[in-house]
Ligand binder design. Structure first.
Ligand code: NAD
Length: 256
């Protein structure tokens, strides 16, 4: 379905980004990976699916590095047809004790990076009159949780950016939508499970049960594979007129 298309997925060396990159690779897209850590395992997983794969290590908090990454993707594969803004970090603290440096980092990586990559991807997408911009927001783009001010602010911002990008391009073949996961068991959430287990002196299994029980009625994690299939749907012909949605896959979290 996506042969001859190129997908750039930010923050795709692990977790949800890698799951989405693999789902798009299975559809035949060329993949540009990004993210910290050793990219070799992620590259090997994509190559094993028969897709062409490249990697750029841009720090998504740095606009000049995002520009270099977008130029690298264009020179490697021609152009970026599918942009998945996924890179993200978390920091947990009450507002009055939230470190200013962490606030700035969360906003830069979770929100401003999506603006920069989107503004740089749009001209080529509009020229070919086909493009898909998929923003990995969160259920925290729709509702709040205590001690996550920067994350919730950034994710609500991502949902807003999604709507405006969709509207500005509504008469073209370029769509923009957001995916809003609930809990997904990735390194980002494992850290929160570990912190809960340590703070309460409970086992990791019990901490996991409590984490899910507090917010997610299904008591199940959403998987990167399920999120990948939603991204594939947005890229399909059936997604041609899906514009500006913030689609939660959250086990009922936001329905409460
Ligand atoms: P993760 O920690 O497994 O992956 C994050 C990715 O982003 C990694 O590849 C990491 O290297 C990369 N990254 C971090 N900072 C970066 C930077 N400055 N520059 C470039 N890359 C950077 O986390 P995840 O859970 O897969 O999260 C992916 C996205 O999904 C994030 O936007 C997160 O907010 C969102 N999300 C996660 C959950 C969840 O439960 N895990 C729920 C809702 C939304």
């Amino acid at each position: 379905m996506l042969a001859n298309k190129t997908a750039l997925v930010t923050g795709s060396t692990s977790g949800i980004g890698l799951g989405i990159a693999k789902a798009l690779a299975r559809q035949g897209a060329n993949i540009v990976l990004n993210g910290f850590g050793d990219p070799a395992p992620a590259k090997a997983e994509i190559a094993a699916l028969g897709a062409k794969v490249a990697y750029h290590g841009a720090d998504m908090s740095q606009p000049d590095q995002i520009e270099a990454m977008m130029a690298f993707a264009a020179s490697t594969f021609g152009q970026v047809d599918i942009l998945v803004n996924n890179a993200g970090i978390q920091h947990v603290a009450r507002v009055e004790s939230f470190p200013v440096e962490r606030w700035d980092a969360v906003i830069a990586i979770n929100l401003s990076s999506a603006f920069h990559a989107t503004r740089l991807a749009l001209p080529a997408m509009l020229k070919s009159n086909w493009g898909r911009i998929i923003n990995v927001a969160s259920v925290h783009g729709l509702v709040g949780s205590a001690e996550k001010s920067a994350y919730v602010a950034a994710k609500h911002g991502v949902v807003g950016l999604t709507k405006v990008t969709a509207l500005e391009n509504a008469t073209t073949g370029v769509t923009c939508n957001a995916i809003c996961p609930g809990w997904v068991l990735t390194p980002l959430v494992q850290k929160q499970v570990d912190a809960k287990a340590e703070a309460k002196g409970i086992s990791n299994d019990e901490a996991t049960r409590q984490l899910l029980g507090e917010k997610e009625p299904s008591l199940q994690f959403t998987t990167p594979e399920e999120l990948g299939e939603l991204a594939v749907f947005f890229c399909s012909a059936a997604g041609n007129n899906v514009r500006g949605v913030a689609w939660n896959m959250d086990g009922g979290w936001a329905a409460q």
